[in-house]
Design a protein around this ligand. Sequence first.
Ligand code: PLP
Length: 330
Amino acid sequence: MAFWLCGASHGMSEPRLNVLCGVDEAWCMTMEKAFEARAGIDISMVRKSTGDILDQIRAEKSHSTVDVWWGGTGDAHLQAASENLLDRYQPDHEHDMLPWAQNFFAMSGSRSAAIYAGALGFAYNSDLLAALKLPAPTCWQDLTKEVYRGHIQSGNPNSSGTAFTMLATLVQLLGEEEAFRYMAALNRNIVEYTRSGSAPVKAAARGEVLIGISFMHDAVTLKEGGAPLVIVAPCEGTGYEIGAISIVKGSRNARAAQAFVDFALSPEGQATGAAAGQNQVPSNAKAALPPAAPDITMIKMVDYDFATFGLSDERSRLLTRFDTEISPTQ
Ligand code: PLP
């Protein structure tokens, strides 16, 4: 393994590796401790939503303060790769990656590696559903019914990778015009668009809202923690994310950044997800699947077009349509 400490003894103080973390806060913290213990490298780990990370990396293009972007939906990593904001790196464990992960790495031009996969869906609070005497939603189309007015939260696709995945999924399932008609109908039922993609299902878990649109693995984690959630794989089919990791161009700690990437793709690094209660499907074939992870092979899934939805122009175009036709971002 190319761990920084193994090869370096500069007699200088160690660099502080700046990592922006796109996964759940609990995993960010577990990963920070595990890597610091394993590699002896001090980390500054900050959690942000996917679109916010992309915006920061773009804004800091000529004076990057970030070394590694770990987690967050892969289409945004591909957009950064296409804008030449990421460095090429061949991780130690790339040959152990599952085929979908190897495809993703190739698609990024060796600039971004897949760390996990997970399906999009929604979850509702069964206690609240019973109290409100509402029918159980099982399909995307159900979410537009008038009975759910004011009862649904979703992320805003500008900041949230989860919500951008939903927008791209609907375009692939329904065609773009129909998808925007759907989003307009759904908008009438949305009580709030949140900055983060996991906030809606966390609100549903607490009973603050009936339905949260989210990645299913986020909902599984909350359900495992005792929340009265029913998790739905929508009947029409759904999309999925490939969570990714990338080294930011201009990183001043390149060797430490590479060590972090190698750790994140190792079976040991991937096990930090399950240790933090997360339920994504790991990308390393030698990593253990978290016992409660949704079986994504059983879910009706679109053949998600990462090449198209990983294009910066496509992202900007869809987000502009969302802001002008569905809900202006504050
Ligand atoms: N939650 C989990 C568990 C994730 O894996 C990811 C993205 O990769 C997200 C949330 C995305 O967060 P956001 O929608 O805030 O960008």
